[in-house]
Design a protein around this ligand. Structure first.
Ligand code: ATP
Length: 235
């Protein structure tokens, strides 16, 4: 579904991604783990067209995408839930969800997806007329994910969905990520500091250090890799 080949990216003179090679197959959950500042968000933003790449190729379903605008990429089926949620705090829950569907005209499909996100997160249905900014952190994460699902993505990019949330809410969010993948045919690319939880739901994982992919393996092998255990799993 998605291929990055030899991708390099920089902010001004500072290169932050070095020759990134990565692939995601349809139906997978792939996780990218790494320390603060390693370049995880930059990879997601390069895929979603927010950060331009300097050299290399990004291919989505065989098409080169790296010169396309973020809107075009959403229309193609790539949707990102950014770090820190970035919901619209002054808009209601319902208006936030409408924003997620802004490129769509298929009313029946939009209603179907609204019913789907309300079935995943019934609390959002209860709060649909409430301003997004008044929701708890966990509810805002649910809203950010739902807003992305309203675009009916083929590939959902999730940047640190567990950040700042209580353990029980994190558990719920991870269970729902798995459901979205298995029951809603959505391929997932999950960037996480919470490597343990991420590797438990992922099929495969990549490790990034200082802008370089250093390991690529099955999630199962990564969970049992002693270097990973020491560096990222606190074992
Ligand atoms: P975190 O988990 O802390 O978000 P990350 O792995 O997602 O880290 P990035 O946010 O991709 O890392 O940052 C990679 C590097 O690029 C860091 O050194 C960071 O300081 C730098 N960087 C990120 N955004 C910018 C920007 N807009 N301008 C300049 N440098 C940036």
């Amino acid at each position: 579904m998605l291929e990055l080949r030899n991708v390099n990216a920089a902010y001004g003179n500072i290169q932050v991604l070095h020759n990134i090679d990565l692939e995601i197959h349809t139906g997978e959950i792939i996780t990218l783990i790494g320390a603060n500042g390693a370049g995880k968000s930059t990879i997601l933003m390069a895929i979603s067209g927010v950060v331009p790449i300097r050299t290399g190729k990004i291919l989505f379903e065989g098409k080169r995408t790296h010169k396309m605008s973020p809107e075009k990429l959403v229309a193609l089926g790539i949707c990102q839930v950014p770090e820190g949620r970035r919901i619209f705090p002054d808009l209601t829950v319902m208006e936030n969800l409408d924003m997620g569907a802004f490129l769509r005209k298929d009313k029946a499909g939009i209603q179907e997806d609204l019913d789907y996100v309300f079935s995943l997160f019934p609390i959002l249905s209860d709060r649909q007329n409430q301003a997004g900014g008044t929701l708890s952190g966990g509810e805002q994460q649910m809203l950010a994910m739902s807003r992305a699902l309203m675009a009916r993505p083929k590939l959902l990019l999730l940047d640190e969905p567990s950040m700042g949330l209580a353990p029980l809410v994190i558990k719920q969010i991870f269970e729902i990520i798995k459901m979205i993948n298995k029951e809603h045919n959505t391929t997932i690319f999950l960037v996480e500091q919470n490597a343990n939880q991420a590797l438990h739901i992922a099929d495969r994982g990549y490790v990034i250090e200082n802008g370089v992919i250093t390991i690529s393996d099955s999630a199962e092998n990564l969970l049992h890799n002693q270097d990973i255990q020491k560096a990222y799993l606190g074992i």
